[in-house]
Design a protein around this ligand. Structure first.
Ligand code: ADP
Ligand code: MG
Length: 256
């Protein structure tokens, strides 16, 4: 009998274990505890300044926890460099699109599939068949087939965001962190974004941060409400919507 080459996963994919982030006495995260399972969709909402972006920064190693640990597949990654954390299989999309505007849509996806941007200049000559297949698959997943050979710089704002989601997906990271993927989008584009994100469930665990309640509703995942760096409530969107305490801190406020 041969042993499996991956360790059995009796660990959840990600554990944020009692994490506190202290910025000179101000606790941007305060004893935050959150677990994500492989292939799941978790949506994090909360008022401005709740600590949502800090949570992502801490998972990816850009900000350090002063207390607590972050475990990825059971491994403590809280002391690893961002580079090592990305290697482990976590990829973050930032609020602002980071596409290479002078390259075509498909070439942007090819570079992301190659996983190492330092090599991009020489990469075009030696893109592997596997990377090409991955890039074409992701092109379809994000619905940009008709824009395949357009320069990324010519895309609309929404299309750029979708390309960037595609680039995160093309890295094949097991955990994708999407910080406000609908920033600057209209209603139709947000709806399309929700479809794209839902298409990732199962293959990736996805953690989405967003302010837009309609979008969160369309996503339909497990909702986590952050407030003052703490996990305030979690549940389905229907439960969160019906929660008076959540309404008091967040839902009653105008969208920001
Ligand atoms: P959110 O993404 O939920 O709007 P953030 O995580 O960006 O909130 O910020 C949480 C709080 O931490 C805010 O009050 C913010 O001003 C503060 N903060 C974020 N980054 C830093 C930093 N590098 N130094 C000091 N304070 C910070
Ligand atoms: Mg933020």
């Amino acid at each position: 009998m041969t042993l499996p080459d991956v360790a059995p996963t009796d660990h959840p994919l990600l554990r944020i274990e009692n994490v506190t982030v202290d910025f000179d006495g101000f606790k941007a995260l305060n004893d935050l505890d959150l677990t994500l399972e492989a292939g799941s969709l978790t949506v994090v909402i909360g008022p401005n300044g709740a600590g949502k972006s800090t949570m992502c920064d801490t998972v990816i190693g850009r900000v350090r926890a002063s207390e607590g640990r972050i475990l990825f597949r059971g491994e403590d990654i809280s002391k690893l460099s961002e580079h090592r954390i990305v290697e482990r299989g976590i990829c973050r999309k930032f609020q602002t699109p980071g596409v290479l505007i002078g390259l075509s849509v498909i070439d942007n996806l090819l570079i992301a599939a190659a996983k190492d941007r330092r090599w991009w200049a020489s990469f075009m000559l030696r893109a592997s068949g596997e990377n090409r297949r991955k890039a074409e698959e992701v092109l379809e997943l994000v619905g940009l087939q008709s824009r395949r050979d357009a320069l990324a710089g010519e895309l609309s704002h929404g299309e750029k965001q979708w390309l960037e989601i595609g680039m995160v997906v093309a890295t094949e990271a097991e955990l994708l962190l999407l910080d406000e993927p609908t920033a600057g989008m209209g209603a139709a584009e947000s709806t399309r974004t929700a479809e794209i994100v839902r298409g990732l469930i199962g293959r990736h665990a996805v953690l989405v941060i967003d302010h837009d309640i309609d979008f969160v509703e369309q996503l339909g995942g497990h909702v986590v409400v952050l407030h003052q760096g703490h996990l305030f409530k979690q549940g389905s969107m229907a439960q969160i919507r019906g929660d008076d305490e959540v309404a008091a801190i967040y839902l009653g406020r105008p969208k920001s």
